[in-house]
Design a protein around this ligand. Structure first.
Ligand code: ADP
Length: 477
C-alpha cells in the first residue's frame, strides 16, 4: 500500500513523524494508501522556517521578484496539470473530465488572475495631495493556509497566489483527505525555485490545523472549510489577534423569474447544484421559482436530474462521482430521509445509491419540490447533490426567501428584465451575484457574509488580504 509520509519545510523534503491516517478511496470504499501527518514540532518548525525566510529577505522582495516567482509557479503547475487531475480524481472521486476542466483549470485560472492583479498593484502612494503623507502596503508576514478537500488545487491556488503575490511566506496545511494533491503541488513549488522557507507544506488533520492557528508567529490564517471549524479558528486566532480570512459554507439561492429562459435556467441550475457531487460552498442549492412557471420548472428539473450521469470517476462522460467519505454519504442520506419525513415532494433521485453502482459513496441526484423555509433541507448546507425547489408569488417574496438563511455566500438570478436583475442583485445579502448563468470573473473578490465568513480571496482583494496598510506622515527636508 502506498504511504505518503513526506512534508516540505525550508526548501527540503523530510519524513513526517506524526500520526498515521488511512486513506479510503471513495469509489472502491477500500483503503488504498496511508498518510503520515506532521507532528506538532514539525508544524512549529515550518512556521519558524517561514518566519526566517520572511525576515531574511522575502518580506522585502519587490514586485518584479514576486511576479517572476508566481509565473514560475504557474509554469510548474501547468507542467503537472495531468498528474494533478489524476490525483484529484482518485483522491476525492471527481470525474476525470471535471478534474481536468473544472478543478485544475480553475486553479490555474485563479493564479493567472492573481498575476494580472499584480501587474497593476500600487504599493506606495500619496495619502492626500500632500507628499508628506504616504501610504504603503506591506506583506503581513507568515501566512497559514488551511484548506479543505473539495477543490484540492483551486482553493490552495487562491490562497497561495495571493500570499506569494503579497510578499508573505506561507505554511500550507491541506485537508488530510486531499493531501496527495498538495504533495504534487509542493513538487511544483520546489521546481519553481523559491527561496527556502517561502513555501512550506505540512500534512495533518484538525489538531495540526489548530496548532498552526495557535502559533504566535503566524500573522494571518486564511481558511476555507466548514462554518463549524471556521468558528473555532476565529475564536482561537482572537487570542493572539491573528488576522483571519474565513471562507465557509453556503446555501445559495437561485431565483428563476417568469421571464427567464426556463429550459436553460433548469439545465444550468441543476449542473451548478450537482457539480462536484454537490460538494461546493457556492452551490446553487435552493431554487426559488415564480409560481407561473413553477410546475413546468418542476417537470423539467425531474427530467434533467434523471439524465445526470453518476458514474465511476475514471469514466469519461460521468457528470458526478461519489461523496468524499462514508460520513459525508451518510449525511446526504440523512437529509434525503429528512426531506421525505418533512413532507417535501420528491421529484427525482431519493435514498440510496444509483442502481447501476454496487459500491462507492454515490448519492442519487435528488430534487425536492414544495420545500418550505421551516424544513431542514431548506436551511442546512447538505454538501451533496440535493436541490430544493420553492415557489414564490412576487419579487419581494423571492428576495425575502433568498435572504432567509444565516449564510450569505452567493446568489443567482435568472430574468430577462435588466432593472429587476439590478434590484434583486442589490437586495441579496451575499458576497457574489451571478445573473443568467454568467460565470464569475476569476479576479473578482470571492467570499461572503454571515455564516459564510468574511474577507475576500482572488485577484486584487486576494492580494490585499495578505497585506497591511501603513500610513507614513512627515517628510525629511
Ligand atoms: P470538513 O468538515 O468539510 O472536512 P473542515 O472545516 O473540518 O471541513 O476542514 C477544513 C480544513 O480545516 C481541513 O484542512 C481540516 O484539517 C482543518 N481543520 C479541522 N479542524 C480544525 C481546527 N480545529 N483548527 C484548524 N484547522 C482545522
Amino acid at each position: 500500500m502506498a504511504v505518503f509520509d513526506q512534508i516540505f519545510i525550508a526548501g527540503a523534503w523530510q519524513p513526517a513523524s506524526g500520526q498515521s491516517l488511512a486513506l479510503i478511496n471513495p469509489d472502491t470504499e477500500a483503503q488504498e494508501a496511508q498518510l503520515v501527518c506532521a507532528s506538532p514540532d514539525q508544524c512549529a518548525e515550518a512556521v519558524a522556517a517561514a518566519r526566517r525566510a520572511f525576515d531574511a529577505g522575502w518580506g522585502q522582495a519587490d514586485l518584479a521578484t514576486r511576479r517572476a516567482a508566481l509565473e514560475r509557479v504557474i509554469t510548474q503547475i501547468e507542467a503537472r496539470a495531468e498528474e494533478l487531475a489524476q490525483t484529484i480524481s482518485t483522491e476525492i472521486g471527481a470525474p476525470i473530465d471535471f478534474a481536468r476542466k473544472g478543478q485544475v483549470a480553475a486553479g490555474l485560472a485563479h493564479l493567472r488572475a492573481t498575476l494580472v492583479a499584480l501587474d497593476g498593484l500600487v504599493e506606495d502612494c500619496p495619502l492626500t495631495n500632500h507628499p508628506e503623507h504616504r501610504l504603503r502596503y506591506e506583506p503581513l508576514g507568515v501566512a497559514a493556509l488551511i484548506t479543505p478537500w473539495n477543490w484540492p488545487l483551486n482553493q490552495v491556488a487562491l490562497k497561495l497566489g495571493g500570499a506569494l503575490a503579497a510578499g508573505c511566506c506561507m505554511v500550507l496545511k491541506p485537508s488530510e483527505l486531499s493531501s496527495r494533491t498538495a504533495l504534487v503541488l509542493a513538487e511544483a513549488m520546489e521546481a519553481a525555485d523559491l527561496p527556502p522557507g517561502v513555501f512550506n507544506l505540512i500534512t495533518g488533520a484538525g489538531d495540526i490545523g489548530a496548532a498552526l492557528v495557535q502559533n504566535r508567529d503566524v500573522d494571518i490564517v486564511s481558511f476555507t472549510g466548514s462554518t463549524r471549524t471556521g468558528r473555532f479558528i476565529a475564536a482561537e486566532a482572537a487570542q493572539n489577534m491573528t488576522r483571519t480570512v474565513l471562507e465557509l459554507g453556503g446555501k445559495s439561492p437561485n431565483i428563476l423569474f417568469e421571464d427567464c429562459d426556463l429550459p436553460l435556467a433548469i439545465t444550468q441550475g441543476l449542473a451548478h447544484c450537482f457539480r462536484n457531487a454537490g460538494q461546493s460552498c457556492n452551490a446553487a442549492s435552493r431554487m426559488l421559482v415564480a409560481r407561473d412557471i413553477y410546475e413546468r420548472a418542476v417537470a423539467l428539473a425531474a427530467e434533467g436530474a434523471a439524465q445526470t450521469r453518476v458514474d465511476r470517476p475514471a469514466l469519461p462522460g460521468a457528470h458526478i462521482g461519489p461523496q468524499i467519505t462514508a460520513l459525508q454519504y451518510a449525511r446526504v442520506q440523512d437529509y434525503v430521509s429528512q426531506g421525505l419525513a418533512e413532507g417535501a415532494r420528491l421529484i427525482a433521485g431519493g435514498p440510496g445509491r444509483p442502481d447501476h453502482l454496487d459500491h462507492g459513496f454515490y448519492s442519487r441526484p435528488t430534487v425536492f419540490a414544495d420545500v418550505t423555509p421551516d424544513m431542514a433541507i431548506f436551511t442546512d448546507e447538505i454538501f451533496g447533490p440535493v436541490l430544493t425547489m420553492t415557489p414564490f408569488d412576487s419579487e419581494e417574496e423571492a428576495i425575502a426567501l433568498a435572504n432567509q438563511t444565516e449564510y450569505g455566500l452567493a446568489g443567482y438570478i435568472q430574468t430577462a428584465d435588466p432593472a429587476r436583475a439590478d434590484r434583486v442583485a442589490r437586495a441579496l445579502r451575499v458576497g457574489m451575484v451571478q445573473i443568467n448563468g454568467q460565470s464569475r470573473e476569476n479576479g473578482a473578490p470571492f467570499g461572503g457574509r454571515g455564516l459564510s465568513g468574511y474577507g475576500r480571496e482572488a485577484g486584487l482583494f486576494g492580494i490585499r488580504a495578505f497585506q497591511d496598510a501603513k500610513s507614513i506622515s512627515g517628510a525629511v527636508a
